[in-house]
Design a binder for this molecule. Structure first.
Ligand code: FVH
Length: 293
């Protein structure tokens, strides 16, 4: 067989925590020349046997490749690591979780320092990196030209989804999806709490929960249609009026099972407010308008 002679882009990776290390390993496995740096040097040294070049400082690492990927704990650690580092003519890709405002400020900061900038929000946990069938991906936003230039390289560890020129959009999509996830886990926590003192195996409830949540979640498409059209009543199967009338049953059951209603009550309060405003023929879409201040 012919050897693969296509030259792979060099990558510099700053930050080798659980996620940075997983990303670094994926680029190494795919044959990309990789320079690494981490505040705690042992984490960088651990990658040397796999072919990584270990830089002595963040500045040296940044100087080694045009494409510099940063995956640090938070926005302030990015400040600390890149303070005083020459970023002129670098393509900076920041995968550190941040708020949309922090991402926009970081993009302006990078531009002032002569770098091109892409922000990323990682929709994967470390074991999903380098495993295409796991379905992980990164939201990217910022310079489209930069995204296109590095699309192939960025797509090595996990998939890529570009969401716009506004540098804050990747963080916004990331936080939106993760917020929905916390809502889902909050519901699951309440469900497990309800059976906690009963002779019901949590392992028996788990698949029922997973199937039910999976069956319900496509409803988000109808929510999107409602928001786009402004008509919240089309195709409604379970009216808000009917759902609100059922809430005392949920609250009484929680009380009888000795479970705090504190995860459910705020949502029920919003449902009741929307009903009082005349949204009885809608489903739950109107709650969104109560949240937006
Ligand atoms: N791990 C996960 O499940 C999630 C999945 C979704 C995306 N997140 C975000 O990814 C960023 C990095 O997360 P991580 O899992 O790699 O985090 P850690 O294992 O805790 O590693 C943190 C790295 O940051 C370095 N660091 C922290 N503070 C500083 C600082 N002041 N100066 C320099 N470096 C700093 C730390 O270095 P060290 O402790 O090894 O010396 C690690 O390299 C994050 O935004 C997640 O939200 C992960």
């Amino acid at each position: 067989m012919e050897p693969n002679t296509v030259e792979k882009s060099s990558v510099t990776m700053l930050g080798l925590g659980a996620m940075g290390t997983a990303l670094a390993r994926a680029w190494l496995a795919a044959g990309h020349p990789l320079t690494v740096w981490n505040r705690t040097p042992a984490r960088a040294a651990a990658l040397a046997p796999e072919g990584a070049r270990v830089a002595g400082s963040a500045a040296q690492a940044v100087a080694a490749s045009a494409l510099v990927v940063v995956c640090l704990l938070d926005d302030s650690s990015v400040d600390q690591v890149l303070a005083g580092v020459d970023l002129v003519d670098r393509d900076l890709v920041n995968l550190t979780t941040s708020t949309p405002a922090q991402a926009r400020a970081r993009a302006a900061w990078a531009r002032r320092r002569g770098a091109r900038y892409l922000d990323g929000g990682i929709m994967a946990v470390p074991p999903m990196v380098g495993v295409p069938e796991a379905g992980g991906y990164v939201f990217y936003s910022g310079s489209r030209a930069l995204f296109e230039r590095h699309r192939e390289t960025l797509g090595v560890p996990v998939g890529t989804t570009y969401v716009g020129e506004d540098a804050g959009f990747a963080a916004l999509h990331d936080v939106a999806l993760l917020s929905a996830m916390y809502g889902m886990f909050a519901g699951a926590a309440h469900a497990f709490a309800l059976i906690r003192r009963e002779d019901i195996d949590p392992a028996a409830l788990a698949p029922l929960l997973a199937d039910w949540l999976g069956a319900m979640i496509p409803a988000v498409h109808q929510t999107a249609d409602h928001l786009r059209s402004g008509d919240y009543t089309t195709g409604v199967v379970s009216t808000l009026a009917m759902q609100v009338s059922g809430t005392p049953t949920f609250l009484r059951t929680a009380e009888q099972q000795g479970v705090s209603p504190e995860l459910l009550s705020p949502y029920f309060d919003l449902m009741r407010r929307r009903l009082a405003e005349g949204g009885g023929e809608e489903d739950l879409t109107g709650v969104i308008d109560l949240l937006v201040r």
